[in-house]
Design a protein around this ligand. Structure first.
Ligand code: V47
Ligand code: SF4
Length: 385
C-alpha cells in the first residue's frame, strides 16, 4: 500500500499527507482542504481503507433497530427539510399519541431488536417532562432496549421551554432511561452557512455544549454533517475540526455520519445533489480527518444500499441497522430507499456481496453476533428486525 502511493504520480504535498496517515499522525486543517481540493478518489480510498482496516479489519457493523418519529410538526424552518410541517399547516403533519408509540414498541415483543431511535420535529406541546415519562414507560415495557433519543436541536428547545439548564434536562432524561443521543441537527456549524440553511434553530455552540454535557453525564452520542448543498470545502473541514476538538476533550462520540443533502420537496430543491464520487470522497476524507472517532457510518436509508456497499471501501465501517421502514426523513427528501427496511439476512448479504465481514453490534459497538459463517434458520429468514 505504502509503496503504491510512493510510486504513484500524486503531488509531493499529497504524498506528505499519505506519510502522516501511515505513521498514524493527525492531519491539519490545511491538509484537510488539500484532500478535498486535490485528492482523487483512488488516492483517498487507499488512505481511508488503510485506516479503516487497521482499526476494524474487514468488520462491518450493523444493529437491529427501529425509529420512532413522534411528530413531523416543527417550530423551526430548516430550508433543507422535506419532512417537517410548520405548526400553521398542522393538518398535513402527524402527531403520534403516547399510546401509539408504546403500541409500536410492543409490536416488537419477542423480536431481537436492541435499539430504538427517537427523533422528530420540534413540537411545542411535546416537552421535556412528556418525553421523560415516555422513556420511562418504554423502559418498563422493554428494560433491555437502548434508547437513543433527541437531537441537540430538540434538546435545546425542550430545556429552554422547561426552564432548566442543559445539564438538568439531560440528567432528567437519563434518570428516566435515556441512554444516548443521536447525531442529528449538526448540519454545518459555520455561521455563514448555518444562517442560510437553518438560522432559527440551536447554534453550533449550543449543539456542541449539549453533546459535551451529555458526555460528561456518561451519555455517549454521534455526530452528523449535512454536506453537498451551499457549503464549501472549508466549511466541511471547519465542521469536522470543531467535532475533532470536542472529541479530544470528552471522547464521548462513537460515530461520525456524513449525511448527503437530498433535494426533493424542500426549499433548497433548486440545488443539484452531488455525485456518488463526491459522496465516496467525502466518506474517505471524513475517515482520514476524524482520527479520534472510532466509527464512520454510511446511513443506508439516506445514501441507498448500493452506495453504502461502495462506501465500505472508502473508510466506512458501519451501515446503521434494519430500520424496519420506521423513518420518513429520507424517503420524503427523495432517497432511493422509499420504504427503508432490511431483514438481518439481507443486511448480512449486502455486506458479504462486497467481501466484508458482517457483525451485529449493540449501540455501543459491543458485538452481539458474528455472521461470517452463520446459517439462518427458516424462522430467522422472515424476521424483519
Ligand atoms: O439533522 C434532514 C438530516 C438529520 C435532509 O445518530 C437531511 O445514528 C439530507 O441525524 N437531505 C436527522 N439530510 C437524522 C440523523 C440521523 C440519522 C441516522 C442515524 C443517526 C445516528 C442520526 O437528517 C437532520 C438533517 O441533517 N436531513 N433533511 C435532507 N433533505
Ligand atoms: Fe424541524 Fe429538524 Fe426539519 Fe429542522 S430538520 S425543520 S428542526 S424537523
Amino acid at each position: 500500500m505504502k509503496s503504491f502511493i510512493e510510486k504513484s504520480s500524486v503531488s509531493p504535498e499529497l504524498k506528505k499527507i499519505a506519510e502522516k496517515v501511515f505513521n498514524s499522525e493527525r492531519i491539519s486543517f490545511d491538509e484537510g482542504m488539500l484532500l478535498y481540493e486535490k485528492g482523487e478518489l483512488g488516492f483517498l480510498g487507499t488512505l481511508a481503507n488503510y485506516i479503516r482496516e487497521k482499526r476494524h479489519g474487514d468488520y462491518v457493523y450493523f444493529n437491529r433497530n427501529f425509529h420512532v418519529e413522534p411528530t413531523n410538526i416543527c417550530v423551526f424552518d430548516c430550508k433543507f427539510c422535506s419532512y417537517s410541517r410548520l405548526l400553521k399547516s398542522k393538518e398535513e403533519g402527524w402527531e403520534l399519541s403516547e399510546e401509539q408509540i408504546l403500541d409500536k414498541l410492543k409490536s416488537y415483543d419477542g423480536k431481537p431488536i436492541t435499539e430504538v431511535h427517537i427523533v422528530g420535529g420540534v413540537h411545542p406541546k411535546m416537552g421535556l417532562h412528556y418525553f421523560a415519562s415516555l422513556i420511562k414507560k418504554i423502559k418498563e415495557i422493554r428494560p433491555d432496549i437502548h434508547v437513543k433519543a433527541f437531537t441537540a436541536v430538540e434538546l435545546e428547545y425542550m430545556c429552554r421551554k422547561a426552564k432548566v439548564s442543559f445539564r438538568e434536562g439531560l440528567q432528567i432524561l437519563k434518570e428516566h432511561g435515556q441512554n444516548s443521543l443521536p447525531g442529528g441537527g449538526a448540519e454545518i456549524f459555520h455561521p455563514e452557512i448555518r444562517k442560510q440553511i437553518c438560522e432559527d434553530k440551536c447554534t453550533a455552540d449550543e449543539w456542541l455544549e449539549i453533546h459535551e454535557t451529555a458526555h460528561s453525564l456518561g451519555m455517549p452520542s454521534n455526530a452528523t454533517m449535512l454536506y453537498g448543498h451551499i457549503e464549501k470545502f472549508e466549511h466541511r473541514v471547519d465542521h469536522m475540526e470543531r467535532l475533532r476538538n470536542l472529541q479530544d476533550k470528552t471522547n464521548g462520540f462513537n460515530t461520525f455520519i456524513p449525511l448527503k443533502f437530498r433535494n426533493k420537496d424542500n426549499q433548497m430543491s433548486h440545488i443539484a445533489e452531488v455525485s456518488t464520487i463526491e459522496d465516496l470522497r467525502n466518506y474517505a476524507i471524513s475517515r482520514i480527518y476524524m482520527d479520534n472517532f472510532p466509527h464512520i457510518k454510511a446511513y443506508w436509508p439516506m445514501i441507498g444500499r448500493n452506495t453504502a456497499q461502495l462506501s465500505l471501501q472508502f473508510g466506512v465501517d458501519d451501515i446503521d441497522g434494519t430500520i424496519d421502514d420506521s423513518t420518513k426523513i429520507y424517503s420524503m427528501a427523495g432517497s432511493e430507499e422509499q420504504t427503508p427496511a432490511l431483514t438481518t439476512q439481507q443486511l448480512v448479504e449486502l455486506v458479504k456481496q462486497v467481501n466484508r465481514h458482517p457483525v451485529e453490534r449493540d449501540t455501543l459497538y459491543n458485538i452481539i453476533t458474528d455472521y461470517k459463517n452463520y446459517n439462518f434458520s427458516k424462522e430467522e429468514k422472515t424476521v424483519t428486525a
